[in-house]
Design a protein around this ligand. Structure first.
Ligand code: DAH
Length: 344
């Protein structure tokens, strides 16, 4: 033990301290409750009596020395700190500041546009029952139209009424839930995360959708067209127009694809074929249609008394189309790469 004490280089350790932080570390490591000194004091009791006495005296001596050295060091550091010139007029250092995700801003804007028309934002479960995603939308068990919504099923016991659990593949599942929550008139805007097992430059397994649903007496296609036209003009700009093309969805009849005129060539006949963005003057925007009578019935609404329309948009697509962003790989949106996110 005596030998160990003689070879202990605490002076050098204390000498090498340069900053107040280093001082704290060394102070604790030497004098702290679990510090080196205490460890050595603990060991004393295992020594033979003669050696114990001698080592004890030496250890107490070292302890005093360490305390003195550390105190002197502290003074030295404090003195040095006082003599360092600090210019308080220098500008401060900026800390990096986080922002909301660009898509969050887009979603807030969409909500505010629709709320000015009296639509109410709702949100429904992301982990959903098969019933709300399919049966209630006129897609009975085994119907091939279900394949369009390739689905992540959840390993969970099946419910005898609602079927299997899944990650909601589209926001249309909110239609039946909303019809059961409130009586018409209904003006719903449901924005949520949706999931399909795709992973490539134009798809991420998690993406967003927003679903509009309007049900009242005497609702017809002109109301659908007017509402979407209003949204498009506010979101993309006054010059943009829309067109409806016939399409097929099980939950609407008739059904449409909605296109918006291209913001780059403005759909002008002389330029659209050469346009780098659209090649045709139009960009595909959303699916929509008049709510199918079976869907109204599933929601407990009499189709002879009420009618309605619905649409489903992708906010990611809206955002990219508006900013005329050429994103080579859409996955960057969800990569958490600050260099990309900082641009917004
Ligand atoms: N749910 C459809 C999809 O995910 C989009 C959609 C189409 C929603 C037509 C609607 C609609 O409400 O009427 O592809």
């Amino acid at each position: 033990m005596i030998k160990e004490l003689e070879q202990w280089h605490y002076q050098e350790e204390i000498d090498s301290i340069k900053t107040p932080q280093e001082w704290e570390v060394v102070n604790v490591s030497l004098l702290g409750r679990r510090g080196k000194l205490n460890q050595l004091f603990q060991k004393l009791k295992d020594l033979p009596e003669k050696e114990r006495k001698q080592a004890g005296q030496r250890l107490n001596q070292i302890k005093r020395e360490i305390i003195n050295l550390l105190e002197a060091k502290k003074k030295e550091i404090d003195e040095r700190k006082k003599s360092i010139f600090v210019d308080p007029t220098l500008p401060g250092r900026k800390y990096p500041q986080g922002t909301l995700h660009p898509l969050t801003y887009v979603i807030e804007e969409i909500v505010s546009i629709f709320s000015s028309l009296g639509f109410i934002r709702v949100s429904y479960p992301e982990v959903e029952w098969e019933y709300f995603s399919f049966e209630a939308l006129n897609m009975p068990k085994g119907h091939p139209a279900r394949d369009d919504f390739e689905t992540f099923f959840i390993d969970f016991p099946e419910d005898k009424n609602y079927g299997r659990m899944l990650l909601s593949p589209h926001t249309s599942s909110g239609q039946n839930r909303e019809m059961k929550r409130v009586k018409p008139p209904i003006r719903m805007i449901n924005i949520a995360k949706t999931y399909r097992p795709n992973w490539d430059a134009t798809h991420t397994p998690m993406f967003h959708q927003f679903e509009g649903l309007c049900i009242d007496r005497n609702i017809n296609v002109t109301h659908l067209k007017g509402t979407i036209d209003y949204f498009v003009k506010r979101f993309f700009g006054d010059k943009r127009t829309i067109r409806l093309r016939p399409a097929h969805f099980r939950f609407t009849e008739p059904s449409f694809e909605i296109d918006v005129s291209c913001g780059v060539c403005q759909g002008q006949e002389s330029q659209r074929e050469k346009c780098r963005v659209c090649k045709s003057g139009w960009l595909e925007l959303a699916g929509a249609g008049m709510v199918h009578p079976n869907v109204l019935r599933a929601g407990g609404i009499n189709p002879h008394e009420y009618s309605g329309w619905a649409f489903g948009f992708g906010p990611e697509r809206c955002m990219m189309m508006r900013e005329e962003m050429k994103i080579e790989d859409i996955r960057i949106l969800y990569s958490g790469d600050v260099r990309f996110l900082e641009r917004f």
